[in-house]
Design a protein around this ligand. Structure first.
Ligand SMILES: Cc1cc2nc3c(=O)[nH]c(=O)nc-3n(C[C@H](O)[C@H](O)[C@H](O)COP(=O)(O)O)c2cc1C
Length: 390
């Protein structure tokens, strides 16, 4: 499953410890929160490949649903017994509700680290002033961070954001300074604006600028890490303290094995699973989902969205891809996979970008939103409903 060719040349300086409060994350690699993806089963798979190293953040949980103890939300925040530290990402627009949610997590011991999401570019959220539109209102951002940090007590609070709304309305440097002043532990920057969604290329220079701007706390770089080599390059080029990897792991949880090896300076090779090995991981992923949900069929149905990512680049006909993407039982999934030419080696075409890549949309904002970055506008809690993504 491993292959030395193309292994990045490690630098002795990259295997540093990323301090997230009391948690020493080493190597400094973080699984990006991804709604609908980074649930306990997926985090567990990634952790297995990383040998338990790194930090694995939950999918986003809305603060309102959490304080209301919404049944689905309470299920989403369940961790596997092996997960340590337990990281929850929260998304909220109201300082009071965010404070309540964070206090609930701290008092009830629901997690060991809280990440706050300010990066969501989805129109139905920005239209209300939520997601990546929110940091434009500096005072609101400050209030949310203040409530979160004070409610969290000993728990470290980090934030994740984009560069801003668009190139004319960048917010990341101000937001970074506010975060430092309010006691945030670390900041992750996705080097895109909301207008870019997932299009174009991530601006790593912005990560370097943020690092210079807030030398007091760790800055994590995020955007367009598709290989361990990209991760090392981001650290080298930006001086960031760690990397956050999202789409590169879709259908490729073993990327964490590469990341750890690269940061540890072990040139012992890249994971290059054959289709037989990939098929085994697919079945395991679907099995873990079923166990987590408590229903095999629902687990396999939830797994459907991962099928195309796992099979990317392999010679599998469209009919079979279609069939595998509508299976409802582990037996059918296994049977379908068994019909494939499982001796195929890892296809080089499977390296590189995967997942969402669309971009360049006009950002929909509330009327007059851009008039005054310092007014004390609040955001309706509707900006918190039905959100997914960053
Ligand atoms: C399917 C999907 C779901 C996402 N959900 C979230 C989320 O819940 N919270 C968040 O902060 N970012 C979310 N993101 C953004 C990622 O965390 C990350 O910032 C982005 O994908 C850029 O990193 P990458 O180039 O490594 O993918 C999501 C991205 C994708 C593709």
């Amino acid at each position: 499953m491993r292959d030395n060719e193309g292994m990045p040349t490690p630098s002795p300086t990259v295997n540093t410890v990323l301090p997230i409060g009391p948690h020493a994350v080493q190597p400094p690699v973080v699984l990006a929160p991804m709604a609908g993806i980074t649930n306990a089963p997926f985090r567990t798979l990634c952790r297995e490949f990383s040998g338990g190293k790194g930090l694995f953040v939950s999918e986003m949980i809305t603060t309102r649903a959490l304080v209301e103890r919404n049944e689905k939300t309470m299920q989403l925040i369940r961790f596997d017994a092996t997960e340590q530290p337990r990281s929850i990402q929260l998304y909220g627009v109201d300082p009071v509700t965010v404070g309540k949610a964070v206090r609930m997590i701290a008092e009830e011991g629901l997690a060991d680290h809280i990440d706050l999401n300010f990066g969501c570019p989805v129109p139905k959220v920005t239209r209300k002033g939520g997601g990546s539109a929110l940091p434009y209102k500096r005072n609101l951002l400050r209030s949310i961070l203040r409530e979160a940090v004070s409610g969290a007590g000993e728990l470290p609070v980090t934030m994740k954001m984009r560069k801003g709304i668009d190139d004319d309305h960048l917010t990341y440097l101000d937001a970074g300074r506010i975060a430092v002043e309010e006691g945030v532990t670390a900041i992750a920057l996705h080097g895109r604006t909301a207008a870019q969604h997932y299009g174009g290329t991530a601006d790593w220079d912005a990560i370097a600028r943020l690092k210079e701007h807030v030398p007091e706390i760790p800055v994590l770089g995020n955007g367009d890490i598709w290989s361990a080599g990209d991760a090392l390059r981001m650290v080298r080029e930006t001086g960031c303290d760690g990397v956050v990897v999202g789409r590169g792991c879709l259908g490729r949880p073993w990327l964490f094995a590469d990341l750890v090896a690269a940061f540890e300076g072990r040139a012992d090779a890249l994971a290059r699973p054959t289709l037989r090995e990939v098929a085994g991981i697919m079945v395991r992923h679907a099995t873990l989902l079923g166990e987590w949900i408590g229903d095999e069929s629902r687990g396999v149905i939830d797994f459907r969205k991962h099928v195309a990512w796992y099979l990317k680049g392999f010679a599998v006909g469209s009919e079979m891809r279609g069939r595998l993407a509508i299976t409802s039982s582990l037996e059918d999934l296994r049977a379908g996979l068994d019909e494939l030419d499982l001796d195929q080696p890892w296809p080089t075409g499977a390296d590189g970008p995967r997942g969402r890549t669309s971009g360049n949309n006009r950002v929909v904002l509330p009327d007059g939103w851009l008039k005054d970055p310092h007014d004390c506008a609040g955001v309706g809690e509707e900006a918190e409903l039905d959100t997914s993504g960053g």
